[in-house]
Design a protein around this ligand. Structure first.
Ligand code: FE
Ligand code: CA
Length: 541
């Protein structure tokens, strides 16, 4: 009660940063307190289980103790959710508890190979991340958690092959953009049944905002600004059974885009010119809720709750493929030619600022890290998972060429640097894998977009959204006719992209259903495009 009054009285007076810090301090367990055993009066595994970060000898397994929403179908305050948790768990906000996990070699759960314990508490949203090491490369494992007498659903995961293993196949699902309000997760139900090694999710896992025009099932709560509000949003998404099934079936490798925090944010710049100090406090809350709900570890335990978090990583799949997951939001320069009254991205004509070489999409350190990684790469394929579309989507008009400033077109010098470094290395097997634009795209990548005199140096596949509506056919037709490098672009359907990589080729199968995605919809093949080894560029097989 006191706590609730404190939050209410300070929320208006203090900055978002102070409120976030106060909440974190209050949720910290009492020093030296021994872990308490919960007595569950509801299923604490309502958000399911997940795994990620597959390495040859380790995976990360995840769950979060969450005995359902305090007010199902409605928004609940942090205090209501905390007292609901206390009532269902018999655990107080200042206590800690231990969650154990078991790892099995077989689906029948007969051969247990590991057992461990993770301590969690309210300051982490009762989330559980366990990095399981000492595993064998290139094989499935099954896992489950236990809290008190409650046992979680079983998840299946997979380790990466040994770094030097000769591997004939990597099969992944490329996915992004799953606005809860705009459709059902038929794509995830399909993914859960698909024969995949992993899911590569490249951003817009949650949406902070609403578009009432396309609302099929409403969010609870308004636009989140605080840690409790972002937690509620993430929990709502994970209450979807199809999303939980997709997590339980495969390990996920993830990066984020803007909607995990705020539409069109760029570094410390919000799309509404919010004071950067206040925006960074909001970003810290959004990042923390993200990590609490995802099979992703923040940069390190000391950085938990901070506004700066590393998510970009390098992954390897035997000798077959290097994969880099990139962060296109945290380090980028603000969009060029911004509207002085409304920040973020927009469509502009003849924006010269975009060509400024000081502008960056990845930030200097990440760009250097990636360039060095590409130069050192000796595996057969180089896959770059990133949140948006690299190929140009500008439109030629009688007055000049328009660009959309939030995409790579707003960072044209940075794009040219990246593609020039690929060209200089003479590495042909480079494939960009993106999302964000709510359309399936297969495209050629040149240092100078659409210029036949500039050779094709890499290839691009962008996957359509899981649910979020795409642009209209008229606009997309103009983009296609202004960009001969785009071999395929369709924005009318939802789904995911199955990418099969072999020593001979990288083949994208666009699997889709019409908008809006209906519960139980079956996905059909919209198109298939391939890249052959040794030849940059996409073609219909
Ligand atoms: Fe999106
Ligand atoms: Ca986005």
């Amino acid at each position: 009660m006191q706590r609730r009054r404190f939050i209410q009285s300070t929320a208006g007076a203090l900055s978002a940063l102070a409120v976030t810090q106060a909440l974190a301090a209050m949720a910290r367990p009492v020093a030296g307190a021994s872990a308490a055993t919960p007595h569950w009066r509801a299923d604490p595994f309502a958000l399911g289980v997940a795994s990620g970060e597959p390495r040859p000898d380790s995976v990360l397994v995840w769950t979060r103790l969450y005995p359902g929403p305090a007010r199902p179908g409605h928004s609940a305050t942090d205090a209501e959710q905390a007292s609901h948790f206390q009532e269902k768990a018999g655990l107080g906000a200042l206590q800690t508890t231990e969650v154990s996990y078991d790892i099995f070699e077989d689906e029948g759960l007969k051969k247990r190979v590991q057992r461990g314990v993770v301590t969690t508490h309210a300051g982490r949203g009762w989330s559980v991340h366990a990095r399981v090491t000492g595993l064998k490369p290139g094989r499935h494992y099954w896992y489950r958690f236990r809290s008190g007498h409650a046992i979680s659903p079983v998840g299946r995961t997979r380790t990466a092959p040994a770094p030097d293993a000769v591997v004939q196949r990597l099969r992944l699902a490329l996915a992004s953009c799953q606005h809860y309000e705009q459709g059902y997760y038929a794509a995830h139900a399909h993914m859960a049944r698909d024969d995949l090694d992993l899911v590569l999710f490249v951003g817009d896992y949650i949406y902070e905002s609403s578009n009432p025009q396309y609302r099929i099932r409403p969010h609870t709560g308004g636009v989140p600004q605080t840690l409790p509000a972002y937690r509620e949003r993430h929990a709502l998404y994970k209450l979807d059974a199809d999303l939980r099934a997709s997590h339980a079936a495969h390990p996920w490798i993830c990066t984020w885009d803007d909607h995990e925090v705020d539409n069109d944010y760029a570094g410390d710049q919000s799309s509404k010119y919010l004071d950067p100090v206040r925006f960074l406090a909001r970003r810290a809350a959004a990042y923390q809720a993200y990590f609490e709900h995802m099979p992703v570890m923040p940069g390190g335990p000391d950085t938990w709750g901070g506004s700066h978090q590393r998510i970009h990583q390098h992954w390897a799949w035997g000798q077959l493929a290097d994969l880099w997951t990139l962060d296109c939001r945290q380090y980028r320069t603000a969009q060029p030619c911004r509207d002085p009254l409304k920040g973020g991205g927009r469509v502009v004509l003849n924006c010269a600022e975009r060509d400024d070489p000081n502008r960056t999409m990845l930030g200097h350190a990440q760009e250097q890290w990636l360039t060095q990684g590409l130069a050192d790469s000796r595996r057969h394929w180089r896959l770059l998972g990133q949140s948006t579309q690299l190929s140009s989507t500008g439109i030629d008009t009688p007055l000049g060429r328009t660009i959309y400033t939030d995409g790579w077109d707003g960072y044209s010098a940075a794009r040219a640097r990246l593609l020039q470094s690929v060209a200089d290395m003479r590495q042909t097997n480079v494939v960009m894998l993106g999302g964000d634009v709510h359309q399936n795209v297969a495209a050629q990548l040149r240092v100078v977009p659409n210029d036949p005199a500039s050779p094709v140096v890499a290839s691009e596949f962008v996957s359509t959204s899981i649910t979020t509506r795409g642009m209209g056919e008229g606009a997309l037709a103009r983009i296609r006719s202004s960009n001969p490098d785009i071999a395929h672009a369709r924005s009318d359907e939802r789904g995911y992209t199955r990418l099969e990589v072999t020593p001979q080729s990288a083949t994208a199968t666009f699997l889709t259903t019409p908008f809006p995605a209906q519960a139980g919809a079956s996905l059909e093949v919209q198109a298939v495009y391939a890249v052959d080894t040794g030849h940059a560029g996409v073609h219909a097989p």
